[in-house]
Design a protein around this ligand. Structure first.
Ligand code: GUN
Ligand code: FE
Length: 430
């Protein structure tokens, strides 16, 4: 056994419906891991494992030990163009994003990019991502290979885009289908890896390609479908013109069988009521990407609307539209968006969304996002004394909610003391 001492926190429910029953908090707690899986999390006095049987100890007393963060929407190939100044989404895509993604035709760019991506995510405490590769098969292959090497639970897919993009970045309905299928056969369900069928967004796929994406979804019942939805007004107008028969943006996907409980839609800011109702009814998830939505001026996501309709939500960094790989930073941006909408957003809710809520959005709640017995032991260590200012402020907090709130508002990569994958250290802050 491996044993971890610390201020243990994990969620088994949603705090918005279950209140304090949603989380388990053991300030002088212990996490016991057997062969990479959680065996016990709680008070040491209740541990079923005698201390003599523990072979490896990690003492993180006084630090928060919780499940690793889940990033439900990120673009690894956009890492080099993070922080590129633009007035809005379509201009940003044409000016910075598409030229950069074009570089991933080179397999060395793919390999090196994958290494940098996982170095950054682990440093920020993110242990699982739902990631968009580029149109190139090799871009997805390189990410899968690197995730496998690091034993990470990870989902990606080759982007499908056959129109309204530069020639060097387009496939065809046939080639996109064939390349996705070969990636599914190579990687889906291999170890901790999963595949997401990934039409970029309705603007860059023809109806023929979206139909092919629907066919791909039939290749296995646990594939994800990952795309963008209703992020920007000009984008929505373009989709209206391209899909005149669709009732609304979501319907452009729905007509091809792409809306269901395995679907994850990034942004979903400007939704009509019928779209919210359809998302709820189909149990599709939304990835809330506040740092990106503010940076690109896309709009304010209505968390209250998602809550009222009962739509599952996860948190997404959306780097390079987003400005940080830190889920602490992303949660803080989410809080500010909710402030502007006069929607309460508690820190416990934010930490739930960044862990178990994200895992639920990806259909992975049996594997990650919590410390229930048998879960995969991906965990992070957050240091409330990472900076002198935080140490001073945290020493004044009296409740868990207050401590989490300070960590979310002041937090960034400096607060991640360590990241463990299946029990083993994968990153330790120097
Ligand atoms: N919509 C289509 N592609 C993208 C992308 O790369 N980033 C964001 N934020 N929105 C998109
Ligand atoms: Fe995105």
């Amino acid at each position: 056994y491996t044993a971890v001492k610390g201020n243990i926190l994990y969620f088994t429910e949603d705090p918005r419906t279950r209140g304090e029953k949603a989380w388990h908090h053991h300030p002088d707690g212990i996490l016991i891991i057997e062969n990479g899986f959680v065996h016990f999390a709680g008070d040491p006095s209740e541990s079923p494992v005698p201390e003599e049987e523990v072979t490896t100890w990690h003492d993180y007393s006084g630090k928060l030990v919780m499940p690793g963060f889940v990033d439900t929407h990120v673009h690894p190939p956009q890492l080099p163009i993070i922080a590129s100044n633009s007035t809005e989404l379509l201009h940003w895509l044409d000016t910075y994003t598409f030229p950069e993604e074009g570089r991933f035709a080179d397999s060395e760019v793919c390999r090196e990019g994958a290494v940098h991506f996982f170095d950054e995510t682990l440093k920020n405490g993110t242990t699982t991502s739902l990631a968009m590769a580029t149109v190139h098969t090799e871009s997805a292959d390189a990410l899968f290979r690197e995730a496998e090497r690091r034993n990470l639970r990870f989902i990606t897919g080759k982007t499908l885009m056959d129109t309204n993009a530069p020639d060097f970045l387009t496939d065809t309905p046939e080639s996109g289908f064939d390349e996705s299928l070969s990636l599914i056969r190579r990687w889906h369900g291999k170890g901790r890896l999963g595949y997401a069928v990934t039409p970029r967004f309705a603007v860059t796929s023809t109806p023929e390609q979206l139909e092919a994406a629907g066919e791909l979804m039939k290749q296995a019942d646990d594939l994800l479908m990952h795309t963008h939805l209703s992020e920007n007004h000009e984008e929505i107008q373009t989709v209206r013109k391209l899909f005149p028969k669709a009732k609304h943006y979501l319907d452009a996907y729905d007509r091809f069988g792409l809306v269901g409980n395995r679907s994850v839609f990034a942004h979903a800011i400007h939704l009509r009521d019928e779209e919210s109702e359809r998302l709820a009814e189909s149990k599709a998830a939304i990835s809330f990407c506040p740092s990106s939505n503010l940076f690109l001026g896309s709009g304010l996501f209505r968390m209250d609307n998602a809550e009222r309709h009962g739509i599952p939500v996860g948190i997404g960094s959306d780097v390079g539209g987003g400005t940080s790989f830190s889920q602490l930073h992303t949660m803080a941006e989410g809080f500010k968006v909710c402030q502007l909408c006069r929607t309460p957003f508690s820190a416990t809710t934010a930490f739930y969304l960044a862990t178990l809520g994200g895992a639920r959005s990806l259909g992975l709640e049996k594997s990650i996002g919590s410390f229930t017995k048998g879960a995969e032991a991906d965990f992070i260590v957050i240091d409330p004394e990472a900076t002198p200012l935080a140490a001073r402020r945290c020493s004044r907090t009296e409740t868990l909610e207050e401590l989490l709130f300070v960590l979310m508002i002041l937090g960034d990569d400096r607060f991640i003391k360590a990241t463990h994958v299946m029990g083993k250290p994968a990153y330790t802050r120097p």
